[in-house]
Design a binder for this molecule. Sequence first.
Ligand code: GAP
Length: 457
Amino acid sequence: MDKIVALAKRRGFIYPGSEIYGGLANTYDYGPVGAELLRNIKNLWWKYFVQARPDMVGIDGSIISHHKIWEASGHVAGFADAMIDCKNCKSRYRADHIIEDHFSAKSEEKNVEGLSTKELDEIIEKEKITCPNCGKIEWTKVRKFNLLFPVQLGIVEGEGGMGYLRGETAQLIFTNFRNVVDSTRVRLPFGIAQLGKSFRNEITPGNSVFRTIEFEQAEIEYFFDPDETKWEPLYEEWKNAMNVFVTEKLGVKKENLRWRTHTDEERSFYSKRTEDMEYKFPFGFKELWGLAYRTDYDLTAHKEASKKDLTIIDPKTQKRILPHVIEPAVGINRLLLMVLADAYQEEENRTVLKITPKLAPYKVAVFPLLANKEDLVAKARKVFELLSPEFMTAFDDRGNIGKRYLSQDEIGTPWCVTIDFDTLDNDTVTIRDRDTTKQERIAIKDLLSYFEEKLQS
Ligand code: GAP
């Protein structure tokens, strides 16, 4: 993990947030290649789950939202983590994390989700768990902290009332359900997708962007009439779509993935089934993507709190239906961390990110063989101008060719094009493949179609 974090910083994927002012815990900024990778993952998710499906539409809800949304959804009362403080060194931890880490150090698995603060206190005391920072046992009692960020609206304090930064994108889908039904041609079963920032005031144990206080969430609420559509096969269809996306679209290795069913204690009381797709991160198998059958819990809650009719009329039978939902919910930043971890390889003479080409921040890098030969540089600029309108293309004339290859390998660029003296004679260039390091010669006029074909396969 340390190596991945170091490469991510060194090469411009992920920087610590507010770094020049000493950093701000659990925040990160994305650098030039990180921003590209993040955008590519978001676009691929949208393309696969919204654009390619006739039964899906997308929305983009606001980040600041009415406090009543979060009261109705249950977040104000119940969206809390159990925290504990070390009285000696003042470090703060999530109680479940220090317990789980304590057991995993003994090669035992312990799931403490759903336990009360009293039960967590008892485990910490019985196991004599020490502070990971100072090694002392001087704990406060375990307490619950709400994760929502309140925002004071209005220029004068108290004027505009209270809102919240959204703690998940899902609630905005439920609160816009009526609007989407009334303004589009959707018919059950159908899904509403949303991709955007969510905010949670989390205490996290590091691990880069795995868990942050601000993150990009991509969620779908798939609405259906439980009398017409059986939930079990629908649930399996979504599981399959998630598997296909991660393995085929993001190019992640199957053997690093597994599914885990939530225990009765950890599953929300309204959910009929919840499973997590987990990825084998360098710090262990961890939740990547949740899939939950949430019944009609959310629409019922908003219907009752808002006193608005959120039912939909079946055009055939005129029956009023309050749809149920299946919800696949994932964090794009977590997908990005997985992509980096899965692609990272150390070979004898190089470190290389074998990111699937469609996701790679740059698809092509263009090099003039020598930076001090004007005609080579001018020709390389022409090749850059040919490729860059179609593909993210890097241009590099610093250092020697070997070093340029190595730096492109570290950011996962699949192909490097070199303009050499033969190019000036016959308008051909060499293309070096990131994964095989083999080179082939190709005419400049065929470059666009060459990369188009490669990126289609
Ligand atoms: N609407 C359901 C929901 O939000 P969740 O399990 O709390 O469920 C869904 O979140 C997904 O969002 C997680 O599987 C994870 O990928 C991502 N996620 C949640 N909290 C996160 C955080 N603090 N930082 C990064 N990603 C997070």
